[in-house]
Design a protein around this ligand. Structure first.
Ligand code: SOE
Length: 403
């Protein structure tokens, strides 16, 4: 690993600090904390991330989170965090219903912003966030949306290979994101199952990831979709007390599930490739199976998040008798991000995507450039989500994506 000079408080000598204020401390808050804690220790960054303050409404719980994840102080009101002079960047790790309000306030207060996906709950909210981000960019601020799966070394390597033309002209893009944590009808009605908080269900939670990843890998934006969505279990027990990550305890009484459980859609890329997408929390036995396969005129590539240090590559230009899918172990210093980590052959995991995300954002801030994915990229994904919902309501009628 790279060995930047650390001081006892974790800051790095001789570099300007980037003081981070995080809103939210549950699953995504913990994941982003890993990113901020580790990025400057592994990568040689132009700015030194400092975990200044973390915010949550429950004072005792946020104190525990601060101690556990290495934050120097706490707040219980995000407005106070946003106004603090010792915060340069606001990292939004809350459910989607508060993304727009917090991001707009943070940008107005002169902060850089990192916002978890999906960017917002509606196209209107996302549009206002893009306008504010553009204005803020003219003042030197940077705003990024957190599609962390671009930062798996194997997906970044796949992007390189597509861009280099190793697959030739793309014909098929096949993407699924399969989980199974809702199979049990007794699983409680947590915020991810309420439209007013989450915006949508599997579609926004998982579909947003695969839309972004497919467009990133292909290097084009989808033109239109034909979709089906379904809510398999419409009533669920109400949760008692706090929920954490994907787990919760239920009580007596039930409530209505107001989001989709699964979304299925087909789409066309402008250059002609056909794409299919499936997002569900009901794929029994599939835990976090984000899979993508690209088939081009010269070859194919496949990736599976459950085997995230690998790519499967078929080079169609090889002699037929010897050709076939072969495994590329994406663990070498030549692969994206990996020269800073372990000796060759030593793999990474889910949490490292958040370290890479922090690294890339710090570089964008130091260089004053628009980060990728930007809020504008987040808005475009939001438009695809809206088109999927519109198409599904009209029984899968082809629905163009607004630009
Ligand atoms: C739950 O479905 C979830 O944690 C998503 O919210 C994340 O974005 C995804 O990365 C893993 O699954």
């Amino acid at each position: 690993m790279g060995q930047p000079q650390q001081q006892s408080d974790g800051t790095e000598a001789g570099k300007p600090p980037l003081r981070v204020g995080m809103v939210g401390y549950a699953f995504m808050g913990a994941a982003h904390s890993q990113g901020w804690r580790t990025a400057g220790r592994v990568f040689d960054l132009p700015l030194n991330p400092v975990q200044a303050v973390i915010c949550g409404r429950d004072a005792a719980a946020v104190r525990v989170a601060a101690d556990r994840h290495g934050w120097a102080s706490t707040e219980t009101d995000w407005r106070a965090l946003v106004e603090r002079d010792d915060v340069d960047l606001v990292d939004i790790c809350t459910p989607g219903d508060s993304h727009a309000e917090i991001a707009l306030a943070a940008l107005a207060a002169g902060k850089h912003v990192l916002c978890e996906k999906p960017l917002a709950n509606t196209v209107e909210e996302a549009t206002s966030m893009v306008l504010a981000a553009e204005e803020a960019h003219r003042r030197g601020q940077v705003a990024m949306v957190g599609f962390n799966y671009r930062r798996v070394p194997a997906t970044a390597q796949a992007r390189r290979m597509v861009a280099e033309g190793r697959l030739g002209r793309l014909r098929h893009v096949r993407v699924t994101y399969l989980q199974d944590w809702l199979v049990d009808p007794q699983f409680p009605l947590t915020w991810r199952l309420r439209r007013e908080q989450a915006g949508s269900g599997s579609l926004g939670d998982l579909g947003a990831h695969i839309i972004d990843l497919a467009q990133y890998l292909v290097g084009e934006r989808l033109a239109g979709v034909s979709a089906l969505t379904e809510t398999f279990v419409r009533q669920r027990p109400l949760p008692t007390g706090a929920t954490s990550g994907l787990s919760a305890v239920s009580s007596a009484g039930t409530g209505e599930v107001t989001v989709d459980d699964a979304a299925l859609f087909t789409a066309r890329f402008p250059s002609g490739a056909l794409a299919s997408f499936e997002a569900t929390r009901y794929a029994t036995g599939r835990k976090n199976a984000l899979r993508i396969e690209l088939n081009g005129a010269r070859g194919s590539l496949a990736f599976d998040l459950e085997r995230l240090n690998e790519l499967s590559f078929h080079d169609g230009t090889e002699p037929g008798a010897e050709a076939g899918f072969r495994r590329i172990l994406v663990t070498e210093p030549d692969h994206p991000y990996l020269d800073a980590w372990w000796p060759p052959g030593h793999g990474l995991g889910y949490e490292h995507t958040f370290v890479h995300q922090a690294r890339d954002l710090v570089h964008a801030i130091a260089e004053g450039r628009r980060p990728e994915p930007s809020f504008a990229d987040g808005l475009q994904v939001q438009r695809v989500l809206a088109a999927v919902e519109e198409s599904a309501e009209k029984n899968s009628v082809y629905t163009p994506i607004a630009v």
